[in-house]
Write a new protein. Sequence first.
Length: 333
Amino acid sequence: MDDIAASDLKTILHSKRANIYYLEHCRVLVNGGRVEYVTDAGKRSLYWNIPIANTTSILLGTGTSITQAAMRELAKAGVLVGFCGGGGTPLFSANEVDVEVAWLSPQSEYRPTEYLQAWVGFWFDDTRRLAAAKALQKFRIQRLGEEWRQAALKEAGFNVNVTRLDGLLAQSVRRVDMADETVDLLTEEARLTKALFKMAVDAVGYGEDFTRAKRGAGTDPANRFLDHGNYLAYGLGATACWVLGLPHGLAVLHGKTRRGGLVFDVADLVKDACILPQAFLSAMRGDDEQQFRRNCIESLTRSESLDFMIDTVKEIAVTMARQTTASDQKGDA
């Protein structure tokens, strides 16, 4: 087999890639020039191909190993790799000693510089960073309203009260506009998410006693699915940041010192829109984690969530840079 040039592996834009993988109890290696994962079936070993040119991120769960050759090929294709526990949570990695969001990013600096330069151009200014955080929250709210109205959700049994949803989102936009500092935005984010949980419970008839538990502490299916699904969104968030050349530490909402803060910011654009409804639908249907994960990936792919993340961050970076330049020119005049 002829070797595939690294440049050929990047012909599919990250925003158009279709695959996210969660693997467990297997070995990831290079076989015949292809990256594959190997499972054991009695005395036989079964080899399954991973289409790395069409993959955004891979989560390696319990009982997995990966070879140096496989990591080299994944890095060439720009695939982010994360090590995690069983069921996709919690997420571990070797590049940060943390159990939250940290990824093994491909070691390539041949990425755009314009978005990083635009981002740092406003990031050190508290007022402009707050404006960027507000813009991020408005995009999140808009996306949520669009996704929760999808016919596919209603057909699946997620019967949300649209009038109630519209009122809740309109109120949230007003509160975002009135926020004077980041803590106000975080408070509103928490308030909105709590209200969305109540709306989702009512939409599927999950019961009145649901309480969102801290990560890993929930024993009911909805809490477990929320933890699991959110890490899929974090994978896309990390991919979007990597594609645009933005370090995870340049958060606009989740704290300037929180590890992986920008990944949380970007993942929030789709978490409530795609993951939250599916968590409650799957909990009510009695899905196992594999089926839930498959449904989440289908939802994220159908809604072109990674495209949306990348385009949103680009728009905020460019808009804020333009405003910063205009303000500087006005000051000089």
